[in-house]
Design a protein around this ligand. Structure first.
Ligand code: NAP
Length: 261
Protein backbone atom coordinates (compact mmCIF):
# COMPACT_ATOMS: atom_id res chain seq x y z
CA UNK A 1 0.00 0.00 0.00
CA UNK A 2 1.32 3.46 -0.86
CA UNK A 3 1.72 5.75 2.18
CA UNK A 4 -0.54 8.33 0.50
CA UNK A 5 -3.34 5.76 0.54
CA UNK A 6 -2.92 4.97 4.24
CA UNK A 7 -5.23 6.26 6.92
CA UNK A 8 -3.74 4.77 10.08
CA UNK A 9 -5.09 4.18 13.57
CA UNK A 10 -1.92 4.17 15.66
CA UNK A 11 -2.21 3.07 19.29
CA UNK A 12 0.55 4.01 21.70
CA UNK A 13 1.13 7.08 19.56
CA UNK A 14 2.48 9.19 22.42
CA UNK A 15 5.31 6.75 23.20
CA UNK A 16 8.80 6.45 21.76
CA UNK A 17 8.08 4.09 18.86
CA UNK A 18 4.58 5.53 18.39
CA UNK A 19 5.64 9.15 18.01
CA UNK A 20 8.55 8.25 15.70
CA UNK A 21 6.11 6.17 13.62
CA UNK A 22 3.54 8.96 13.50
CA UNK A 23 6.21 11.38 12.23
CA UNK A 24 7.46 8.90 9.61
CA UNK A 25 3.92 8.12 8.40
CA UNK A 26 2.94 11.76 8.06
CA UNK A 27 6.26 12.64 6.36
CA UNK A 28 5.56 9.88 3.82
CA UNK A 29 2.08 11.23 3.05
CA UNK A 30 -0.19 9.10 5.28
CA UNK A 31 -3.00 10.35 7.52
CA UNK A 32 -2.87 9.24 11.16
CA UNK A 33 -5.29 8.96 14.06
CA UNK A 34 -3.10 9.13 17.16
CA UNK A 35 -4.35 7.08 20.12
CA UNK A 36 -3.09 6.84 23.72
CA UNK A 37 -4.48 7.70 27.16
CA UNK A 38 -2.56 10.94 27.76
CA UNK A 39 -4.51 13.76 26.10
CA UNK A 40 -1.76 16.34 26.60
CA UNK A 41 1.01 14.30 24.93
CA UNK A 42 -1.24 13.52 21.95
CA UNK A 43 -2.26 17.14 21.60
CA UNK A 44 1.39 18.24 21.49
CA UNK A 45 2.29 15.57 18.94
CA UNK A 46 -0.72 16.33 16.72
CA UNK A 47 0.11 20.03 16.82
CA UNK A 48 3.55 19.32 15.39
CA UNK A 49 2.19 17.03 12.67
CA UNK A 50 -0.37 19.41 11.19
CA UNK A 51 -3.60 18.57 9.42
CA UNK A 52 -2.61 14.97 8.52
CA UNK A 53 -2.93 13.97 12.19
CA UNK A 54 -5.92 13.85 14.50
CA UNK A 55 -5.94 12.41 17.99
CA UNK A 56 -8.14 10.52 20.39
CA UNK A 57 -7.52 9.95 24.05
CA UNK A 58 -8.68 6.39 24.79
CA UNK A 59 -7.75 3.41 26.95
CA UNK A 60 -7.52 0.30 24.77
CA UNK A 61 -8.20 -1.97 27.75
CA UNK A 62 -11.71 -0.48 28.27
CA UNK A 63 -14.71 -1.41 26.08
CA UNK A 64 -15.65 2.30 25.92
CA UNK A 65 -12.12 3.21 24.83
CA UNK A 66 -12.16 0.63 22.04
CA UNK A 67 -15.68 1.71 20.97
CA UNK A 68 -14.52 5.33 20.68
CA UNK A 69 -11.55 4.23 18.56
CA UNK A 70 -13.86 2.29 16.22
CA UNK A 71 -16.20 5.30 15.86
CA UNK A 72 -13.28 7.61 15.05
CA UNK A 73 -11.73 5.05 12.67
CA UNK A 74 -15.00 4.76 10.73
CA UNK A 75 -15.39 8.55 10.60
CA UNK A 76 -11.86 9.03 9.23
CA UNK A 77 -12.06 6.10 6.78
CA UNK A 78 -9.12 4.31 8.42
CA UNK A 79 -7.66 1.38 6.50
CA UNK A 80 -4.68 0.51 8.72
CA UNK A 81 -4.55 -0.42 12.40
CA UNK A 82 -1.17 -0.46 14.14
CA UNK A 83 -1.48 -2.16 17.52
CA UNK A 84 1.55 -0.54 19.12
CA UNK A 85 0.43 0.40 22.66
CA UNK A 86 2.15 -1.73 25.25
CA UNK A 87 3.37 -2.01 28.82
CA UNK A 88 6.77 -3.20 29.99
CA UNK A 89 7.24 -6.04 32.45
CA UNK A 90 10.54 -7.18 33.90
CA UNK A 91 11.70 -9.13 36.91
CA UNK A 92 11.75 -12.56 38.50
CA UNK A 93 8.48 -14.28 37.68
CA UNK A 94 7.78 -15.24 41.30
CA UNK A 95 7.99 -11.57 42.32
CA UNK A 96 5.43 -10.28 39.80
CA UNK A 97 2.06 -9.60 41.43
CA UNK A 98 -1.28 -10.74 40.04
CA UNK A 99 -2.56 -7.20 39.24
CA UNK A 100 0.61 -6.48 37.26
CA UNK A 101 0.42 -9.80 35.39
CA UNK A 102 -3.23 -9.17 34.48
CA UNK A 103 -2.54 -5.58 33.40
CA UNK A 104 0.33 -6.60 31.10
CA UNK A 105 -1.63 -9.46 29.51
CA UNK A 106 -4.69 -7.19 29.11
CA UNK A 107 -2.76 -4.33 27.51
CA UNK A 108 -0.31 -6.28 25.37
CA UNK A 109 -2.52 -9.16 24.25
CA UNK A 110 -6.24 -9.01 25.08
CA UNK A 111 -6.76 -5.36 24.10
CA UNK A 112 -5.08 -5.54 20.67
CA UNK A 113 -6.97 -8.77 19.92
CA UNK A 114 -10.31 -7.15 20.86
CA UNK A 115 -9.53 -3.91 19.04
CA UNK A 116 -8.65 -5.88 15.91
CA UNK A 117 -11.93 -7.79 16.14
CA UNK A 118 -13.88 -4.56 16.67
CA UNK A 119 -12.30 -2.93 13.59
CA UNK A 120 -12.26 -5.91 11.26
CA UNK A 121 -15.70 -5.33 9.74
CA UNK A 122 -14.86 -1.71 8.92
CA UNK A 123 -11.43 -2.68 7.52
CA UNK A 124 -13.15 -5.21 5.26
CA UNK A 125 -15.10 -2.40 3.62
CA UNK A 126 -11.86 -0.70 2.48
CA UNK A 127 -10.31 -1.46 -0.94
CA UNK A 128 -7.13 -2.57 0.88
CA UNK A 129 -6.43 -2.75 4.59
CA UNK A 130 -3.82 -3.89 7.10
CA UNK A 131 -3.41 -4.67 10.78
CA UNK A 132 0.20 -4.44 11.95
CA UNK A 133 0.84 -5.84 15.41
CA UNK A 134 3.94 -4.62 17.21
CA UNK A 135 5.28 -7.56 19.11
CA UNK A 136 8.81 -8.22 20.28
CA UNK A 137 11.77 -10.52 19.74
CA UNK A 138 11.00 -11.62 23.31
CA UNK A 139 7.70 -13.10 22.10
CA UNK A 140 9.61 -15.61 19.99
CA UNK A 141 12.71 -16.01 22.14
CA UNK A 142 11.82 -16.47 25.81
CA UNK A 143 14.31 -14.74 28.10
CA UNK A 144 14.73 -14.96 31.87
CA UNK A 145 13.28 -11.80 33.42
CA UNK A 146 10.61 -11.34 30.76
CA UNK A 147 8.18 -14.23 31.39
CA UNK A 148 4.94 -12.27 31.32
CA UNK A 149 6.01 -9.75 28.69
CA UNK A 150 7.21 -12.65 26.53
CA UNK A 151 3.98 -14.58 27.13
CA UNK A 152 1.88 -11.62 25.98
CA UNK A 153 3.98 -11.02 22.87
CA UNK A 154 4.08 -14.75 22.06
CA UNK A 155 0.29 -14.67 22.22
CA UNK A 156 0.20 -11.66 19.92
CA UNK A 157 2.52 -13.46 17.51
CA UNK A 158 0.35 -16.60 17.47
CA UNK A 159 -2.77 -14.50 17.01
CA UNK A 160 -1.21 -12.60 14.10
CA UNK A 161 -0.05 -15.77 12.35
CA UNK A 162 -3.38 -17.58 12.67
CA UNK A 163 -5.47 -14.55 11.65
CA UNK A 164 -3.15 -13.89 8.69
CA UNK A 165 -3.88 -17.41 7.46
CA UNK A 166 -7.60 -17.12 8.26
CA UNK A 167 -7.84 -13.92 6.19
CA UNK A 168 -5.49 -15.03 3.41
CA UNK A 169 -6.94 -13.98 0.06
CA UNK A 170 -9.08 -11.20 1.56
CA UNK A 171 -8.41 -7.46 1.39
CA UNK A 172 -7.01 -7.38 4.93
CA UNK A 173 -3.33 -8.14 5.55
CA UNK A 174 -2.28 -9.16 9.04
CA UNK A 175 1.33 -8.29 9.83
CA UNK A 176 3.65 -8.71 12.80
CA UNK A 177 6.85 -6.85 13.69
CA UNK A 178 9.18 -8.04 16.44
CA UNK A 179 11.60 -5.25 17.37
CA UNK A 180 14.52 -5.96 19.70
CA UNK A 181 15.34 -3.61 22.60
CA UNK A 182 14.58 -0.05 21.52
CA UNK A 183 15.79 3.15 23.18
CA UNK A 184 12.58 4.61 24.60
CA UNK A 185 11.35 5.31 28.12
CA UNK A 186 9.59 1.91 27.94
CA UNK A 187 12.74 0.41 29.45
CA UNK A 188 13.54 1.72 32.91
CA UNK A 189 17.09 2.02 34.30
CA UNK A 190 17.04 -1.58 35.58
CA UNK A 191 16.18 -3.00 32.15
CA UNK A 192 18.79 -0.77 30.50
CA UNK A 193 21.40 -2.04 32.99
CA UNK A 194 20.27 -5.66 32.45
CA UNK A 195 20.47 -5.23 28.68
CA UNK A 196 23.95 -3.70 28.93
CA UNK A 197 25.16 -6.48 31.23
CA UNK A 198 23.79 -9.20 28.94
CA UNK A 199 25.11 -7.55 25.76
CA UNK A 200 21.69 -6.79 24.24
CA UNK A 201 21.89 -4.09 21.56
CA UNK A 202 19.26 -1.39 21.16
CA UNK A 203 17.72 0.23 18.10
CA UNK A 204 16.44 3.78 17.89
CA UNK A 205 12.66 4.26 17.68
CA UNK A 206 13.24 5.91 14.29
CA UNK A 207 14.78 2.63 13.04
CA UNK A 208 11.63 0.77 14.13
CA UNK A 209 9.45 3.42 12.47
CA UNK A 210 11.27 2.91 9.15
CA UNK A 211 10.66 -0.85 9.41
CA UNK A 212 6.95 -0.24 10.10
CA UNK A 213 6.64 1.98 7.05
CA UNK A 214 8.50 -0.55 4.87
CA UNK A 215 6.31 -3.42 6.08
CA UNK A 216 3.09 -1.52 5.37
CA UNK A 217 4.32 -0.41 1.95
CA UNK A 218 5.45 -3.92 0.93
CA UNK A 219 2.84 -5.98 2.76
CA UNK A 220 5.56 -8.02 4.55
CA UNK A 221 3.79 -10.59 6.74
CA UNK A 222 6.39 -10.80 9.50
CA UNK A 223 9.72 -9.30 10.38
CA UNK A 224 12.19 -9.32 13.27
CA UNK A 225 14.76 -6.58 13.71
CA UNK A 226 18.45 -6.74 14.54
CA UNK A 227 21.35 -9.12 14.48
CA UNK A 228 21.76 -11.55 16.25
CA UNK A 229 18.17 -11.45 17.54
CA UNK A 230 16.44 -12.39 14.29
CA UNK A 231 18.74 -15.43 13.87
CA UNK A 232 18.26 -16.45 17.48
CA UNK A 233 14.49 -16.26 16.88
CA UNK A 234 14.87 -18.65 13.93
CA UNK A 235 17.05 -21.15 15.80
CA UNK A 236 14.68 -20.97 18.77
CA UNK A 237 11.76 -21.70 16.45
CA UNK A 238 13.48 -24.83 15.17
CA UNK A 239 15.08 -26.32 18.29
CA UNK A 240 14.27 -24.26 21.38
CA UNK A 241 16.10 -26.57 23.78
CA UNK A 242 19.42 -25.78 22.08
CA UNK A 243 19.20 -22.34 23.65
CA UNK A 244 18.03 -23.36 27.12
CA UNK A 245 21.55 -23.29 28.55
CA UNK A 246 22.53 -20.09 26.77
CA UNK A 247 21.18 -17.58 29.29
CA UNK A 248 23.33 -18.21 32.35
CA UNK A 249 24.33 -14.53 32.56
CA UNK A 250 20.66 -13.50 32.57
CA UNK A 251 19.84 -16.03 35.31
CA UNK A 252 22.84 -15.06 37.42
CA UNK A 253 22.01 -11.36 37.21
CA UNK A 254 18.38 -11.96 38.09
CA UNK A 255 19.18 -14.05 41.15
CA UNK A 256 22.31 -12.26 42.39
CA UNK A 257 21.56 -8.58 41.80
CA UNK A 258 19.49 -7.36 44.73
CA UNK A 259 18.62 -4.12 42.86
CA UNK A 260 16.64 -6.13 40.28
CA UNK A 261 12.95 -6.82 40.91
N1 NAP B 1 11.10 -0.18 23.74
C1 NAP B 1 11.45 -1.44 23.54
O1 NAP B 1 12.54 -1.90 23.98
C2 NAP B 1 10.56 -2.34 22.75
C3 NAP B 1 11.13 -3.49 22.17
C4 NAP B 1 10.31 -4.35 21.44
C5 NAP B 1 8.96 -4.08 21.32
N2 NAP B 1 8.43 -2.96 21.91
C6 NAP B 1 6.99 -2.74 21.77
O2 NAP B 1 6.78 -1.55 21.04
C7 NAP B 1 5.57 -0.93 21.46
C8 NAP B 1 5.83 0.54 21.78
O3 NAP B 1 6.85 0.61 22.76
P1 NAP B 1 7.59 1.98 23.17
O4 NAP B 1 9.01 1.64 23.41
O5 NAP B 1 7.23 3.07 22.24
O6 NAP B 1 6.88 2.22 24.58
P2 NAP B 1 6.46 3.60 25.32
O7 NAP B 1 7.33 4.70 24.90
O8 NAP B 1 6.35 3.27 26.77
O9 NAP B 1 4.99 3.85 24.74
C9 NAP B 1 3.91 3.03 25.09
C10 NAP B 1 2.66 3.66 24.52
O10 NAP B 1 1.53 2.85 24.84
C11 NAP B 1 0.49 3.69 25.34
N3 NAP B 1 -0.40 2.90 26.21
C12 NAP B 1 -0.04 2.10 27.26
N4 NAP B 1 -1.13 1.56 27.82
C13 NAP B 1 -2.19 2.00 27.09
C14 NAP B 1 -3.60 1.81 27.19
N5 NAP B 1 -4.14 1.03 28.16
N6 NAP B 1 -4.41 2.41 26.30
C15 NAP B 1 -3.88 3.20 25.33
N7 NAP B 1 -2.56 3.42 25.18
C16 NAP B 1 -1.73 2.84 26.07
C17 NAP B 1 1.25 4.81 26.08
O11 NAP B 1 0.50 5.99 26.22
P3 NAP B 1 -0.36 6.37 27.54
O12 NAP B 1 0.42 5.92 28.73
O13 NAP B 1 -0.55 7.82 27.44
O14 NAP B 1 -1.63 5.62 27.35
C18 NAP B 1 2.37 5.06 25.07
O15 NAP B 1 1.89 5.88 24.04
C19 NAP B 1 5.06 -1.76 22.64
O16 NAP B 1 4.07 -2.63 22.20
C20 NAP B 1 6.29 -2.53 23.09
O17 NAP B 1 5.94 -3.75 23.70
C21 NAP B 1 9.20 -2.10 22.60
Amino acid sequence: MKPQAMCVVLTGASGGIGSATACALVAAGARVLLVARSHRALEQLALGLGSAATFLSADITCPQGRASIVTAARATGANVLINNAGLASFGRFQNLGEPHIREVLETNLVAPVLLTRALLEHLGTQPQAAVLNIGSALGSLGLPGFCIYGAAKAGLHGFSEALRRELHGTRIRIQYLGPRATSTSFNDARVDAFNRATGAQSDSPERVAVAILEMLARGTPERFLGFPERYAVRVNGLVPRWLDGAFRRHRTLLTSDSTLP
